[in-house]
Design a protein around this ligand. Structure first.
Ligand SMILES: Cc1cc2nc3c(=O)[nH]c(=O)nc-3n(C[C@H](O)[C@H](O)[C@H](O)COP(=O)(O)OP(=O)(O)OC[C@H]3O[C@@H](n4cnc5c(N)ncnc54)[C@H](O)[C@@H]3O)c2cc1C
Length: 378
């Protein structure tokens, strides 16, 4: 097996985080080698499905908001450099009971960080967007700066510009193993062996096996994305419809307005089976369909029509649903980003920038202490 040339940095995995890290490293004159086991924008990991909600009113934790401000800046910078529209700021509506922990979290984030928003009653939601049937005592927090991004376009944009700035991306090349040596890192793939000084692990749902030495407390969860084609598409198309997240009866469902003839996307957040990328059932089951229909029938009735498409995707969850962005505890030249717990996409460019910081400088000025590995006993 030939040993190819020496690289400053190798990135393992070209999903959204790996592509973003490649772009930031290449822009800082340290172009990496990126190794991806499949084709770019494949549909077996976590980054496919034509849309991802983007928002700053963050119910998960207000500590993410400064990172979101930076991510939005980065998305805009990427738009300027590429000439490609990435941010579709059609608004994001959070709906749910006022005493729901997520609604309280959204309100805490907008107040603490002074984010533009409107607080609405269920009747006001119905008047403004007749497609939504909120429960009588639900409230709505509408964030005009929310919306969606198209993941495949974002990944290609990062990857294309990374390549333009000197990065090398090898697709269809699986990393079989990596090890730390006296001089750096040795990475063996299906076709070659490489040496580098630094290694970034952005393996998404494959992270548990690629960082098996750490025995990370990660759980990979099956997620179903479904698209419905309403008889009258206009109310389901931006600007008539915002992205939304609805907290109902111990569950959360979200939706994204139609683009072209793709249908309106409706999906359930969390509550999927724990699985692995190798064993997951990648077909829509009758139980999947009846679950999402129970939601649309009650809360989005005009979208309770035939499903025109479905895609299975994977979350990689940490026990507290917060990300992991840190250096490997035993190897300071290995940097890890994973466990994005179903809400990482919107952060991709700032995660890429932080990974470049950690790789090149060993530290970052970004507030990521709460995402460190030392909160787990690894
Ligand atoms: C259904 C669904 C809906 C979501 N909705 C949202 C949302 O609305 N908003 C939001 O912000 N986030 C959302 N997320 C989360 C977000 O999409 C993920 O956090 C993000 O895509 C994770 O990206 P990643 O680069 O870590 O993983 P991935 O995209 O899976 O990338 C990992 C890559 O590593 C490669 N790889 C792994 N092992 C190897 C190996 N041995 N050799 C070579 N390559 C390897 C894989 O092939 C893969 O391409 C959602 C996720 C899902 C599944």
């Amino acid at each position: 097996m030939p040993t190819h040339r020496h690289y400053n940095t190798i990135i393992l995995g070209a999903g959204t985080m790996g592509a973003a890290a490649a772009y930031h490293l290449a822009r800082r004159n340290s172009p990496p080698l990126v190794l991806e086991q499949f084709e770019l924008c494949h549909d077996r990991g976590s980054s496919h499905g034509r849309s991802r909600v983007i928002r700053k009113a963050y119910f998960e934790d207000p500590r993410y908001v400064p990172l979101l401000h930076a991510a939005y800046e980065n998305w805009r910078e990427l738009e300027r450099e590429s000439g490609q529209k990435l941010l579709h700021l059609v608004g994001c509506l959070n709906i749910g009971p006022p005493d729901h922990v997520a609604i309280k979290g959204v309100i805490e984030s907008v107040r603490r960080h002074n984010l533009p928003h409107e607080l609405l009653t269920a009747a006001e939601i119905k008047k403004r967007w007749p497609i939504f049937n909120a429960n009588e005592f639900d409230v709505g927090l509408y964030e005009p700066d929310g919306g969606f991004v198209v993941p495949e376009v974002c990944i290609r944009t990062h990857a294309n510009l990374a390549t333009k700035h000197g990065a090398t991306i090898h697709t269809d090349e699986q990393v079989l193993e990596w090890s730390v040596t006296l001089t750096g890192v040795l990475v063996k793939t299906t076709t070659a062996t490489y040496e580098s000084e630094k290694l970034i692990l952005t393996a998404g749902p494959w992270l548990p096996q690629i960082a098996a030495d750490l025995n990370l407390p990660l759980k990979v969860e099956r997620q179903v994305q479904t698209w419905f084609m309403p008889k009258n598409p206009a109310p389901f198309t931006a600007p008539n419809m915002p992205s939304f997240i609805h907290f109902v009866e111990g569950d959360a469902y979200y939706g994204i307005p139609m683009r072209e003839n793709e249908g309106v996307k409706v999906a359930r957040h969390h509550a999927g089976e724990i699985t692995t990328p190798e064993t997951v059932n990648r077909s829509l089951t009758p139980a999947d369909e009846s679950n999402v229909r129970a939601y649309t029938a009650k809360y989005l009735p005009a979208a309770n029509v035939p499903i025109i498409d479905a895609k299975i995707c994977l979350y990689t969850n940490t026990p507290d649903d917060h990300f992991i962005i840190d250096r490997h505890p035993q190897h300071e030249n290995v940097v890890i980003a994973g466990g994005f717990s179903g809400h990482g996409f919107k952060f991709a460019p700032i995660v890429g920038s932080i990974l470049a910081d950690l790789t090149l400088d060993g530290r970052t000025r970004r507030p990521i202490d709460f995402l460190s590995l030392n909160r787990f006993s690894v």
